[in-house]
Design a protein around this ligand. Structure first.
Ligand code: NAP
Length: 242
């Protein structure tokens, strides 16, 4: 059974990627941190469209949880092959650097960057054995350009971009591609507190993007046909930065 693990699949961009990948025939492993109600909604959407999936709750920032819960799932589901990994779970906690607390730096780095290492290292083993894999890391415009008020988030996402390029070179010969998607402003809970009216004036296409538009690009990079694209960062930002 070909499977796709999507971290942060309970809401926003992750949910859109889950439903899109399910429509392409993948059995979806929906990871989330705490919002079981929303994660179940993602699963219902998949099932309504005749897809299949299951929930896998763990904190991507917690090395032990990743090892025990994801590692345990991999060991006890040998017939389910994780062909696709979408590292999407993420948080922001903005502050000017002068006022940034240790926890703001630590939490954002752990959730957005350390998680990439913990989750990917585990999944990579089975991809290497099967000589096939598609890894897509959801980064951000902030990691390419840097945004004031987001030194923590920009550093974390830029870190994932560097890791994407390095890992792509390590595993290319084993049939595994590693790419990143860099969204600009996308309408989700994460951007609900932003002034959309003011910000959209800065975006060439004059609107925020939709989670489904990011999911479309994720599905493309995760497809078997995208095997000659690796180590790339694809921006999805309405022309805000290119
Ligand atoms: P969102 O609506 O806030 O959803 C975040 C998702 O990540 C939820 O499913 C949440 O699970 C999960 N999550 C958060 N921390 C987690 C943890 N420690 N362990 C496991 N799951 C965790 O965010 P979004 O806008 O869809 O963002 C998705 C990704 O896109 C993030 O990496 C974000 O940085 C990136 N991005 C977003 C935008 C944008 O404009 N929205 C722009 C650029 C990049 P729970 O439901 O359980 O909390």
């Amino acid at each position: 059974m070909k499977c796709a693990l999507i971290t942060g699949g309970s809401r926003g961009i992750g949910r859109a990627i889950c439903t899109r990948m399910a429509a392409l025939g993948y059995h979806i492993i929906i990871n989330y941190k705490s919002n079981t109600e929303e994660a179940n909604k993602t699963l219902s959407l998949i099932k309504e469209a005749n897809g299949t999936g299951e929930l896998l709750q763990f904190d991507v920032a917690d090395k032990n949880q990743v090892q025990q819960i994801l590692g345990g799932w991999i060991t006890s589901n040998e017939e389910k092959h994780l062909d696709v990994l979408i590292n999407n779970a993420g948080i922001r906690d903005d502050s000017l650097m002068a006022w940034m607390a240790d926890e703001q730096w630590d939490n954002v780095l752990k959730t957005n960057l350390d998680s990439f290492f913990y989750v990917t290292r585990l999944v990579l083993n089975s991809m290497l054995t099967r000589k096939y894999g598609r890894i897509v890391n959801v980064v951000s415009l902030s990691g390419l350009k840097g945004l004031a008020g987001q030194t923590n988030y920009s550093a974390a996402k830029a870190g994932v971009i560097g890791a994407t390029k390095a890992l792509a070179q390590e595993v290319g010969r084993q049939g595994i591609t590693v790419n990143a998607l860099a969204p600009g402003f996308i309408k989700t809970d994460m951007t609900a507190d932003l002034d959309e009216k003011e910000l959209k004036a800065l975006i060439p296409v004059k609107r925020f993007g939709l989670p489904e538009e990011v999911a479309h690009a994720a599905a493309f990079l995760a497809s078997p046909e995208a095997g000659y694209i690796t180590g790339q960062v694809l921006s999805i930002n309405g022309g805000l930065y290119s």
